[in-house]
Write a protein that binds this ligand. Structure first.
Ligand SMILES: C[S@@+](CC[C@H](N)C(=O)[O-])C[C@H]1O[C@@H](n2cnc3c(N)ncnc32)[C@H](O)[C@@H]1O
Length: 280
């Protein structure tokens, strides 16, 4: 039996249905259709029902890049709420909207783990949802991403929440970790959500399978003795079994938990997003 860890549902986001390589999602008042590689099964609702509900559909052209086809008039940017935290949703030239909703499971964990004054390192931080959560909890947050536009988005999310004070770093995650180890900095909580394919600040292509063990191993040097590590991966090669092996090797005396990060649609379909490793 698979160890699935389900992302908790929240009022402003709903995975309505999934299937035929697509997912139907509601972000506050707006419903979208996006490609979903893990939706290899049949959807529950008909195509007509999907189109009736949807405001916009993403049409893939090149990987995650493409165009949003407007099915009903909407603005291309709006704000939704996660338990009192505001998050900007935007539809631009990629299928990503600024929020990975299944990360709600990690946001909950971050919220429960951090105390005021704790040091929190958010690697591959993207639009900064986790960083905002950490800052609001009173933690000292360092947010690292190799993309300037991701850092701008993270700054905007901080501003609309009045959650300033988080340090934003434009850097390759591994290079940043190497520097932090030399500086002897340590953290109570480290979260990383690396993409299957990444780009370093010098434009170098970066494949997760070649780096996942270094990322986890370097994290073991940066984590305080009782600190917590949360790693989510979206690459089919970094299975829970692989993450467990690396986790146990890097943290021999700690409790290592792994599972499959999953969401359930309102219609009952299960989407598996990737693997989750928690060291505590
Ligand atoms: C999957 S997204 C992270 C999602 C985010 N944690 C969330 O839940 O909203 C991946 C992020 O990693 C960044 N990235 C890609 N390669 C990187 C690298 N080598 N170092 C640092 N950040 C990188 C991308 O710019 C992107 O913002």
């Amino acid at each position: 039996m698979k160890n699935r860890i389900y992302a908790p549902t929240w009022e402003s986001y709903e995975l309505i249905d999934a299937g035929d390589g697509l997912k139907l999602e509601r972000w506050g008042p707006v419903v979208t259709i996006r490609p979903e590689i893990n939706a290899y099964f049949k959807p529950e609702l008909s195509k007509k029902e999907w189109v009736n509900q949807a405001h916009a559909q993403f049409i893939e052209e090149r990987g995650t890049f493409g165009n949003w086809k407007m099915l009903k008039p909407i603005s291309n940017e709006w704000v939704i709420d996660f338990h009192g935290i505001k998050l900007i949703v935007a539809i631009r030239n990629t299928k990503h909207t600024g929020i990975f909703p299944e990360q709600s499971v990690n946001w909950q964990n971050i919220n429960q783990s951090l105390n005021p004054g704790d040091h929190f390192l958010n690697l591959f931080g993207y639009s900064g949802a986790s960083s905002v959560m950490g800052t609001i909890k009173g933690a000292k947050v360092v947010h690292v991403d190799s993309s300037k536009s991701a850092l701008t988005w993270a700054k905007e999310n901080q501003e609309i929440n009045g959650a300033n004070g988080c340090k934003l770093v434009l850097e390759d995650a591994l290079l940043f970790m190497d520097r932090e180890i030399k500086r002897k900095h340590q953290y109570h909580l480290i979260q990383m959500d690396p993409p299957a394919w990444g780009i370093g600040t010098k434009g170098k292509k970066w494949q997760l399978e070649n780096h996942i063990d270094s990322l986890i191993n370097q994290a073991s040097k940066l984590l305080l003795e009782n600190g917590k590590l949360i790693v989510s991966t979206y690459s089919p090669r970094t299975t829970p079994a692989i993450l467990r092996e690396i986790g146990v090797f890097s943290f021999p005396s700690r409790n290592v938990k792994v599972g499959i990060l999953a969401s359930k649609s309102t219609t009952g379909k299960v989407l598996e997003h990737g693997s989750l490793l928690i060291v505590e």
